[in-house]
Design a protein around this ligand. Structure first.
Ligand SMILES: Cc1cc2nc3c(=O)[nH]c(=O)nc-3n(C[C@H](O)[C@H](O)[C@H](O)COP(=O)(O)OP(=O)(O)OC[C@H]3O[C@@H](n4cnc5c(N)ncnc54)[C@H](O)[C@@H]3O)c2cc1C
Length: 385
């Protein structure tokens, strides 16, 4: 795919940084289930995590298409951008709906790395995908809000200073539409951890630093409210398009990593006196994954371009996420198969990337929910839930 010299330069710079963090680094972190803080610091220092922050606040003011390339290259280099990707996708909500005072207070310090905006609290254990039924409530009390409830799967919370939190401010029965009455807060976690906020890590099949969070009469200043009270769901929908596009770009990077790894291995590995890659039974799955990845990649860039042009890429962002997550998972499975037994050995990194890539047909939105969005909102089929 042809691209501008600036984008090619970003690719080279990300590749050079990632080369400092080889497979051994990620294997060790994975075994220990420890946070790759050195990697995140290096990305921050190089300015990549401030890509979307406007220059006036100390960032590079790049568009989403460029941010997507950064995330793609991280994954294609064998690294794991899940340790830091939220800073990119949460940013959009703050940039679009945050007040001038909030931007001035936080963005310059996020750009320098003094503050980390890595936690996004939407999912809850009971409501699941049905976000509008979430139960965490924020009640106004003078100049504060008091928050009670629980979140789950709030990733990187232990390594973040700020959290974008979605909570109900008006009971569902009291609003005309169930999409009303939810609000977004930018919570300064340094002031509330151990003081209304309790974080409990959840160990998962991959190294993802995810947690559950309990809010017990957590008091935050009313100035933490982003935009207007009650409009939070609309705000995060716009942010979710950015999230889906960036995650889809990561999936493209993963697919490229698996395809290259399988291609290289199939040229080197000799069985029955010839390279396994000489067999069409080994070649064809690799070639099929390549075609699937290229098609998904086009959709990811198209969605990013619609987003950058100020359009509403709801359908495109969802399709990009659907196609890219399926392409990366197909490539992951193919890569294990191509490696035979060695696909299961830790030192090849294939099994680690395989576990990491599995997430994206489930989170941040599952395939079924994307299909249901397309069926209802694009094709006009009857609402199913
Ligand atoms: C490692 C990890 C990290 C995460 N990080 C974050 C984070 O940082 N912040 C955050 O807010 N969330 C996070 N999530 C949550 C993630 O977004 C949700 O897990 C995901 O949206 C699915 O929701 P659920 O787990 O509640 O599944 P459920 O809603 O319980 O759904 C279970 C299954 O049923 C299907 N299903 C449900 N309803 C329907 C329907 N009407 N039609 C068809 N199928 C249906 C779903 O597609 C899914 O396959 C993370 C999750 C994981 C596993």
């Amino acid at each position: 795919m042809s691209e501008s010299p600036d984008i090619s330069e970003i690719r080279r710079a990300v590749q050079a940084l990632c080369a400092e963090f080889p497979g051994e680094y990620w294997r060790k972190k994975d075994q220990e289930r420890s946070y790759p803080g050195e990697f995140v610091d290096a990305l921050t220092k190089a300015g990549f995590l401030a890509a979307l922050i406007p220059e006036v606040y100390g960032g590079s003011g790049l568009k989403l298409d460029a941010a997507a390339v950064i995330m793609e290259e991280i994954q294609a280099s064998g690294c794991n951008g899940a340790s830091a990707h939220a800073q990119m996708y949460i940013m959009n909500t703050l940039l679009k709906y945050g007040s001038a005072a909030q931007k001035q207070e936080y963005l310059p310090r996020i750009a320098t790395g003094e503050l980390r905006l890595q936690a996004f609290g939407v999912s809850e254990p009971i409501s699941g995908t049905d976000t509008l039924s979430l139960r965490t409530v924020a009640v106004r009390d003078g100049d504060d809000y008091i928050i009670n409830g629980q979140k789950i799967w709030t990733s990187r919370a232990e390594y973040s200073d700020l959290m974008m939190l979605l909570a109900r401010t008006t009971p569902r029965e009291e609003v005309a539409s169930k999409t009303e009455g939810l609000s977004i807060f930018l919570v300064d976690m340094r002031k509330v951890v151990g003081n209304g906020m309790t974080i409990k890590p959840i160990r998962t099949m991959m190294n993802h630093s995810t947690t559950e969070i309990f809010f017990d009469d957590m008091r935050i200043p009313a100035s933490a409210l982003v935009g207007e009270e009650g409009k939070g769901f609309r705000y995060i929908l716009s942010g979710m398009n950015a999230e889906r596009i960036l995650i889809a770009a990561e999936c493209i990077g993963d697919a490229k990593w698996f395809i290259k790894k399988a291609t290289d291995y199939s040229k080197e590995r000799n069985v029955f006196g010839r390279a396994i890659g000489q067999n069409q039974g080994v070649q064809f799955p690799i070639a099929r994954c390549y075609a699937q990845m290229c098609a998904a990649e086009l959709m990811v860039h198209h969605a990013a371009q619609v987003f950058d042009a100020g359009g509403n890429p709801g359908a495109e962002a969802n399709m990009a996420k659907l196609l890219a997550s399926e392409a990366s998972w197909a490539a992951a499975d193919m890569c294990v198969q191509t490696h035979g037994g060695f696909g299961f050995a830790e030192e090849y990194d294939v099994e680690r990337k395989f576990r990491e890539a599995r997430l994206y047909t489930v989170a941040p939105i599952s395939t079924n929910l994307i299909l249901s969005y397309l069926a209802e909102h694009v094709l006009g089929l009857p609402r199913s839930y």
